[in-house]
Design a protein around this ligand. Structure first.
Ligand code: ADP
Ligand code: MG
Length: 728
């Protein structure tokens, strides 16, 4: 083993589990670093408290005088918990979270100082917008941006800093972050869903979209990870031969969590408890050293913030345990990649989950309404939903026989398929009393019983109904959930508005009863949405063919997929619902395309470096050893050496051919990069990176991985897959 690898591996033995002592019950510490309702009651005046609560539930504005009261209370609380600084905490379109800390401390002359935090500082800050991606918004509008407090996500203390969740917008109001369009989409789905709920229950005043994410990740010893330039710079391995043992024995999934990983998880969970992130589930995933963490679901905006915060916290805690967390969708070839299932549903202020069948026929009709409208929304906007999960890293997963394909479809299970089939035959026009009774008793009325023993699970579906929620499984592990959640809630809002219009029209123009009208509209939706429903194996080739026949899109790469974001239809959709204006939509497209180009560009450079500077020199060195050996054999055995040196001679030639392969392909890749870089048009550039540059990665990797098998392990400088994946 090379000295480099030897030292990295030796270090692992110093990285033993840190024993974590949990001092308190989790329910006792939960949320103790969060400025939540009970803390607010303690630190705020009644007026200030009510003003915040009203902003949270009704979106009302908080006036400036009250903001001063709130900031004072917040500061008192934060200082009592040891905080010295505050920051606006936001999610710019870099994908990471951003913060700029300012101290509470201020001097007031004569050598005196105080701790100060005013309403103005709570409500607004001005980070330099020019250093964040803006997709051309800055050229069109004023350069400056500001962050504004989002009272619907509570402030929290991390370390010694009070963090205030904020939106990030340009001075002319264009969103520069993930949160702003999400909040607008949540508002749109709220009002559209409330209007539909009124058919069933006049008391519904608010509908919240909920989100429960499941975060998959790899934990790799930090020393080993650091020894791999590809992991350090791109978050994934760009080369590396599969180990003799991978995941084929299925011995990792749900297996005993290794001690070091367990110590990390416990430490992480304690931190999550303090921050009010309700993490609940932890387990091993399919690949070695792969794990999953899931919380109890929450209101979508808060859940998105929690996931972004969690990803930060995971990296920080990992340092303490000498781990590196890999969030990349495909850090290792040949073993499973990571996703982030987004479980989604809609809940009313009266405590009803609109995607959960109820106890009465009426509540089941409400369930069916939301269920079928969601299916219709996905059907009508499948391409946009696909675009919402597109990224260079997620491309490795989608359609790679381990994650849902790039084709969007909805799985609902055999029982609900049967229900929809029956509803499809509902009479056109007014229903007879007998038909209604039959529907109530035998179709709609039976749904809860049906679902009780509906244990259907289809892991290959990108969008599956799982009893009382939809699970959007195609989301990538690095994604900010705001992106898919914005799209999903927007398309459902649009659909619910259309639905209400159609039902109302039948009631007023055709003199139908409400139920009749609802059944009639739903029946038509079932018919038109059929192509999106798929119960079979989403990984199979047959599905690709079938989906094509059905007219479903199959956009396999990010540049192809993203196009749907800026279709006339998408631009109009976002605009009409007030989620994003056309400038904002186009800006996002540009940012994501640009990011795609940059990621592939970086990967290309890193791969070229490793291949030429690590792999080739190592291969040459080993080849020289072989050449010396052959020369020695010749010296001793003379003419008959050839028989004895046969294998060595073959090896020498094989090595030469792989070296040649690497050199020619790296040269070709560099040339293609140069050509791509010269392309002005961003779309063409992204396609060049996707179709000309990226395919060469596989060729280069092929030769490198072959050399890894041929070259003496003693000389190989890069930490191998077996060491990365099986070191605990
Ligand atoms: P899985 O079998 O896929 O692991 P679970 O039943 O464990 O599914 O739930 C996964 C996630 O779904 C959890 O984070 C859970 O909180 C969330 N979830 C459950 N109910 C809802 C809901 N009504 N809305 C959103 N998420 C939900
Ligand atoms: Mg799941």
């Amino acid at each position: 083993m090379s000295t480099l690898r030897f030292h990295a591996l030796k270090e692992v033995f110093n990285h033993r589990p840190i024993q974590i002592k949990e001092q308190a019950r989790r329910s006792e510490i939960f949320g103790s670093n969060v400025f939540n309702e009970s803390t607010m009651r303690q630190y705020l005046t009644r007026e200030a408290f009510e003003s915040v609560m009203d902003a949270v539930s009704n979106g009302s504005k908080i006036d400036r005088r009250i903001a001063d009261h709130i900031s004072t209370g917040m500061k008192e609380w934060a200082i009592s918990k040891g905080a010295t600084h505050y920051t606006h905490w936001f999610q710019p379109l870099t994908g990471a979270t951003a913060e700029k800390h300012d101290a509470f401390f201020e001097t007031i002359g004569n050598g005196l100082s105080i701790e100060k935090f005013e309403g103005g500082q709570l409500v607004q800050q001005e980070p330099d917008a020019s250093s964040f991606p803006n997709g051309g918004i800055r050229n069109t509008f004023e350069a400056r941006g500001y962050t504004a407090w989002d009272p619907t996500s509570p402030a929290f203390i991390y370390g010694t800093t009070l963090c205030i969740p904020t939106v990030f917008v340009s001075y002319t109001g264009e969103a520069l972050d993930y949160k702003t369009p999400l909040l607008r989409a949540l508002q749109a789905v709220d009002s559209a869903a409330v209007a539909v709920c009124k058919y069933f229950d006049k008391n519904v005043k608010k509908v919240n979209a909920s989100l429960g994410w499941e975060q998959e990740y790899f934990l790799i010893d930090s020393g080993l990870a650091m020894s791999r330039p590809d992991i350090v710079l791109t978050g994934r391995t760009l080369l590396g031969h599969s180990p003799a043992k991978g995941q084929q024995l299925d011995d990792h999934y749900f297996g005993t969590i290794p001690n070091r990983a367990m110590a990390y998880m416990r430490d992480l969970e304690t931190e999550c408890m303090l921050l009010g992130i309700p993490v609940k589930t932890r387990h091993n995933e399919v690949a070695p050293n792969q794990f999953e963490l899931a919380p109890i679901y929450d209101e979508a905006n808060l859940a998105v913030d929690h996931n972004s915060l969690l990803m930060d916290v995971m990296e920080k805690i990992a340092e303490r345990h000498n781990f590196k967390v890999l969030f990349h969708e495909k850090p290792f070839a040949g073993v499973n990649g990571s996703g982030k299932h987004n479980n989604w549903s809609l809940g009313t202020n009266t405590g009803v989950n609109l995607l959960s069948p109820g106890k009465t026929p009426m509540s089941n009709l409400q369930f069916l309404t939301f269920f079928i409208n969601t299916i219709k929304a996905v059907h009508d906007n499948e391409e946009l939903l696909r675009a919402a999960i597109a990224s260079a890293s997620n491309d490795h997963r989608l359609g790679a026989n381990e994650a849902p394909p790039a084709i969007m479809s909805v799985f609902i299970g055999a029982q609900l398929t049967k229900v929809l089939d029956e509803l499809e035959n509902v009479t056109n026009g007014k229903l007879s009393p007998e038909e209604k009774t039959d529907l109530k008793l035998n179709v709609v009325g039976k749904i809860p019983d049906v679902l009780l023993d509906n244990t259907d699970r289809n892991r290959t579906s990108p969008f599956a109904f799982t009893g009382n929620k939809f699970e959007f499984r195609a989301v990538g592990s690095t994604a900010n959930c705001a992106n898919p959640m914005t799209v999903l809630n927007t398309i459902v809002a649009r659909q619910l508005i259309n639905f209400k219009d159609e039902v109302d029209a039948l009631i007023s123009k055709k003199d139908m009863k409400k139920d009749d009208a609802i059944f009639n509209v739903l029946r038509e939706y079932i018919k038109t949405s059929k192509p999106i429903l798929f119960e079979g194996n989403g990984y199979g080739e047959a599905w690709e063919k079938e989906a094509k026949k059905r007219g479903l899109s199959n956009n396999k790469t990010t540049p192809e997929a993203l196009k749907a974001k800026v279709s006339q239809k998408a631009i109009r959709l976002f605009e009409e619902l007030g989620v994003m204006n056309s400038v904002e939509t186009e800006a996002r497209y540009e940012i994501e395309m640009e990011e795609y180009v940059l990621r592939i560009q970086i990967e290309g450079r890193v791969l070229g470096d490793i291949a030429r500077n690590h792999v080739v020199p190592t291969a040459v060195r080993y080849q020289n050893i072989l050449i010396d050996n052959v020369k020695g054999l010749k010296e001793i055995y003379g003419a008959s050496f050839k028989k004895l040196a046969k294998e060595q001679l073959n090896l020498i030639e094989d090595i030469s051919s792989h070296i040649e392969g690497i050199n020619s392909k790296v040269t070709k890749m560099t040339e293609e990069r140069r050509k791509a870089n010269a392309i002005e048009n961003l779309e063409n550039k992204a396609h060049a990176y996707c179709n000309k540059v990226k395919p060469l990665f596989d060729d280069i990797r092929y030769h490198c991985d072959k050399l890894e098998l041929l070259v003496d392990d003693e000389l190989w400088p890069l930490t191998k897959y077996r060491e990365l994946l099986f070191t605990k």
